[in-house]
Design a protein around this ligand. Structure first.
Ligand SMILES: CC1=C(/C=C/C(C)=C/C=C/C(C)=C/C=C/C=C(C)/C=C/C=O)C(C)(C)CCC1
Ligand SMILES: [Fe+2]
Length: 543
């Protein structure tokens, strides 16, 4: 039966107090196509009816999602490859408003999961809020109830302040707002993640239902971990920072299991606390543990008001280090001092070998912010919502570490290509997963066309030719270009890069680029623009 998209979709997530100014001009691309049963889902009303700050000219990328969930057919422009058969999922902080209170930092928003399922050249889309305890409590009480990335619930008395401190140490007041990544585990479960261990949540990739908490069945403990585990069909590697005796625990988990196994430990070499470890790279035989001078800070963890570096502190004199652990033995095979760096996202790593096939060094690439912590300030909502035409985005580059395995005390860090190639913007990267931990040539990321206040291009980097190709649309905010290989592909860039774009006119679409030419093949238009999001995964249909 032909279905039209209901105009009675429960408007306006009450948490966000959205008004219809964000309708995106009138450029709605309403489709009247056959939809799957239950294609349109009404959002249940939320707790309060708040006001929302911010003008009508704000980009849809930085506005809270307008309703809790939606599902329907997408209008496709262009030709989707027929081999593209599966589901693209993207996670990210999509709801920043609580009653009449607005979060201040991008990373605080409640998790919004977006799905685009491709089949036979057609696309179905959906989005839904993840039902974390933090989100449900905020919805029920119309206020912040857990400690988020930058914000802390306001204690209403001194006793409740003391109670909050105690619960910080037990972890009970920490958020489980799983707003950062989404991965498909080897056993098929789909897991949303953030940096708090309790914020590991299993979701259903078809319905976007919140299924359960992912509980680790081991004694490793830890309240926080790297938001980006390394996940393959057979295993899962994670890093758990130790804030008491500064260091990191490296752990591994088999696919199908919930039990992490202790592999080894790295002791920090500098500063009073471990460096922030949002992600880390692996090679075929080694785990690379970065220790950057932007370190966790116990005092800032306790503070009620955000500090300039949130829960972290910059210790330039503490040194920067890269440690290499053997996956098989847990032994540290190298620990070198490197130039100062700031990174959130490692791109990949591999083993450099001599003519005899002996491993001489580890090469590890990352999105490196020129050792400048200002990127955290760039990502405050006030800053990203108020672009004045001034070029204020901090420079970033592909930082390439060379970590010698011959006992030398120092490693190198250099730009892998001239950063001007990608407009000195570089973050939110993906690679062909077949090259994980191995030599590789291409990475796909968000770059910059200046002037800008946020990465605004999709960029394919050729690390051999040291060149870049970019996609750009004026005023659009694209998210992480996620590489999906063509089944049976031999060449590294044989596939597509998928990105969700929040367009200037308030609309939004899933953009499919040919990964070779980096030209648009197709776009699948949502009924309305969605907020910016962070990380993605691909669930092939037959897996
Ligand atoms: C809730 C607590 C924490 C949470 C930390 C979180 C949620 C960290 C999230 C970090 C993210 C999303 C980093 C992304 C970086 C993206 C960049 C640089 C993009 C640039 C543009 O393209 C802790 C801080 C762990 C402490 C306990 C409480
Ligand atoms: Fe991340």
């Amino acid at each position: 039966m032909p279905a039209t998209i209901s105009s009675s979709l429960c408007t306006v997530a009450a948490l966000s107090g959205r008004r219809d100014s964000q309708q995106g001009g009138n450029k709605q691309r309403v489709v009247a196509q056959p939809l799957a049963a239950g294609a349109v889902t009404e959002a249940p009303p939320l707790a309060s009816a708040p006001r929302r700050r911010g003008g009508a000219d704000e980009l849809v990328a930085w506005k809270s999602i307008r309703q809790e969930r939606w599902e329907g057919a997408l209008e496709v422009e262009g030709n989707l490859p027929l081999w593209l058969d599966g589901t693209y999922l993207r996670n990210g902080p999509g709801l920043w408003d609580l009653g009449d209170y607005g979060f201040r930092h991008l990373f605080d928003g409640y998790a919004t999961l977006v799905r685009v399922s491709f089949r036979d050249g057609q696309a179905m889309g959906a989005h839904r809020q993840i039902e974390s305890e933090a989100y449900k409590a905020a919805r029920e009480h119309g206020k912040l109830c857990y400690r988020e990335f930058s914000e802390v619930p306001k204690p209403d008395s001194f006793t409740s302040f003391i109670g909050q401190l105690a619960s910080l140490f037990s972890g009970s007041s920490l958020t489980d707002n799983s707003n950062t990544g989404v991965v498909r585990l080897g056993d098929g479960r789909v897991l949303c993640l953030t940096e708090t261990v309790k914020g590991s949540i299993v979701v259903d990739p078809d319905t976007l239902d919140t299924v359960s908490k992912f509980e680790y069945e081991d004694k490793l403990g830890g309240l926080i971990h790297s938001a980006h585990p390394i996940v393959t069909d057979t295993e899962f590697w994670t890093l758990i920072p130790d804030l008491i005796q500064p260091g990191y625990v490296v752990a591994r988990m088999d696919a199908g299991s919930n039990e992490r196994q202790f592999v080894g430990r790295v002791d920090c070499r500098g500063g009073p606390a471990p460096g922030w470890v949002h992600s880390f790279p692996v090679t075929e035989n080694y785990v690379v543990v970065p220790e950057m001078p932007l370190r966790y800070c116990a005092a800032n963890l306790i503070r009620a008001e955000p500090t300039p570096l949130y829960k972290f502190q910059w210790y330039p004199d503490s040194g920067s280090y890269m440690h290499v652990m053997c996956k098989a033995s847990g032994n540290i095979v190298a620990s070198v001092e490197v130039p100062p760096f700031v990174t959130f996202h490692f791109i990949n790593a591999y083993e450099e070998k001599d003519e005899e096939g002996r491993v001489t060094a580890i090469i590890a690439d990352c999105c490196e912010h020129n050792a400048n912590t200002s990127i955290l300030d760039n990502l405050r909502l006030h800053n990203i919502r108020s672009f004045t035409g001034e070029d204020v985005l901090t420079d970033a580059r592909v930082g390439r570490f060379r970590i010698p395995l011959d006992g030398s005390p120092f490693g190198e860090l250099e730009a892998a290509l001239d950063p001007e190639e990608h407009g000195r913007g570089m973050d939110m990267c993906s690679i062909n997963p077949a090259h994980l931990g191995k030599e590789y040539r291409y990475t796909y990321a968000c770059g910059a066309r200046r002037p800008c206040n946020f990465p605004n291009t999709l960029t394919k980097i050729d690390l051999v030719e040291k060149t870049a190709k970019s996609w750009y649309e004026e005023g659009a905010v694209p998210s992480e270009p996620y590489f999906v290989p063509r089944p049976g592909a031999v060449e590294e860039d044989d596939g597509v890069a998928i990105s969700m774009v929040s367009a200037k006119d308030g609309s939004g679409y899933a953009l499919v680029l040919d990964a070779k030419t980096f030209k648009e093949i197709a776009r699948a238009n949502f009924r309305y623009g969605l907020p910016y999001g962070l990380h993605c995964c691909w669930v092939p249909r037959d897996k």
